[in-house]
Design a protein around this ligand. Structure first.
Ligand SMILES: NC(=O)c1ccc[n+]([C@@H]2O[C@H](COP(=O)([O-])OP(=O)(O)OC[C@H]3O[C@@H](n4cnc5c(N)ncnc54)[C@H](OP(=O)(O)O)[C@@H]3O)[C@@H](O)[C@H]2O)c1
Length: 210
C-alpha cells in the first residue's frame, strides 16, 4: 500500500519550521540555515559527511518515494508566481527525481527538468492532491515535502501515515509554526524519540493501528 510520509522536517524548540520574513535572499527568513545544519553535516547531504544517527534518519527521505507534494512557499520566494521563468530554487536538476506537485492558488503549466523531476502545479484540496500524486507515484509512497503550512494541512486532514520531525535546540520566536490547530495529534500516532549527539532529537510518528 502506498503511504504518505514526511521526512527531515526540522523545527525549532518553539515549533517553527521556518523563520520570517521569507525572501529570495533568505528562504528561511531569520532562521537562516540553522534548522538544517544537522543535515548538512551528514553523508546524506555531502559524500564526506557523517554516518551516525542523523545520517541514518536523513537518508530515509528518498527511499521508496514515487512523488512529492510541496507548498507554494517551498517552491519559491513570495511573488514567484509573477515570474514566468521561475523553476524553483534547485537549478536544472532538482533533487526530487519524481513527479512533484506544487500546491498553489495560481497554477501554471507543468515543467519537465533533468533527472526525472517534473513540477506540476495544483489548486486542489489535500485529498485531491494526494490522489493525483498517488497515481503518479506508481505504487510507491508519496512524500509531503513541506513547508509547515502544507504538512499541517495534511495532518489536520488525517492524510499522513508516517512523519519524521527533527527538533533542533534553538528558539526562533517567530515564523511559521507546525503544530497550531493540531491539539491531541499524538493520540493518532505511535511516537518515538531518538536523541542524537549532534543535539537534535528525531521524532517519528507512525499512524496508530485502530
Ligand atoms: N523546516 C523544514 O524542514 C522545511 C521543509 C520544507 C520547507 N521549509 C521552509 O518552509 C517555508 C515554506 O513554508 P510555509 O508554511 O510558509 O508555506 P508552504 O507550506 O510551502 O506553502 C503554503 C502555500 O501553498 C499554497 N497552498 C497550500 N495549500 C494549498 C491548496 N490546498 N491549494 C492551493 N494552494 C495551496 C498557498 O500559496 P498561494 O496562495 O500563494 O498559492 C499557501 O500559502 C519556506 O521557508 C521553506 O524553505 C522548511
Amino acid at each position: 500500500m502506498s503511504l504518505t510520509r514526511v521526512h527531515n522536517l526540522s523545527i525549532s524548540l518553539d515549533g517553527f519550521a521556518t523563520g520570517e520574513p521569507q525572501s529570495a535572499e533568505a528562504p528561511f527568513g531569520h532562521a537562516g540555515q540553522r534548522l538544517h545544519e544537522w543535515m548538512f553535516r551528514t553523508r546524506f547531504w555531502d559524500q564526506g559527511g557523517t554516518t551516525g544517527v542523523d545520517d541514518a534518519f536523513a537518508e530515509r527521505h528518498s527511499v521508496g518515494i514515487g512523488a512529492e507534494i510541496m507548498g507554494a512557499n517551498k517552491f519559491g520566494p513570495p511573488g514567484w508566481q509573477d515570474d514566468p521563468d521561475w523553476k524553483g530554487w534547485w537549478g536544472t536538476e532538482p533533487p526530487f527525481h519524481t513527479p512533484t506537485f506544487v500546491l498553489t492558488h495560481r497554477p501554471r503549466p507543468s515543467i519537465d527538468l533533468e533527472g526525472g523531476t517534473t513540477f506540476h502545479f495544483l489548486d486542489a484540496s489535500p485529498a485531491d492532491a494526494l490522489e493525483a500524486a498517488r497515481e503518479a507515484a506508481s505504487g510507491q509512497d508519496v512524500r509531503i515535502g513541506g513547508g509547515a503550512t502544507v504538512v499541517r494541512d495534511f495532518l489536520a486532514a488525517g492524510l499522513v501515515d508516517q512523519m519524521h520531525v527533527v527538533q533542533v535546540p534553538l528558539v526562533l520566536g517567530r515564523g511559521v509554526r507546525l503544530w497550531d490547530g493540531l491539539e491531541g495529534l499524538e493520540d493518532s500516532y505511535d511516537v518515538e524519540a531518538v536523541s542524537s549527539p549532534s543535539g537534535v532529537v528525531h521524532l517519528t510518528f507512525r499512524r496508530a493501528l485502530a
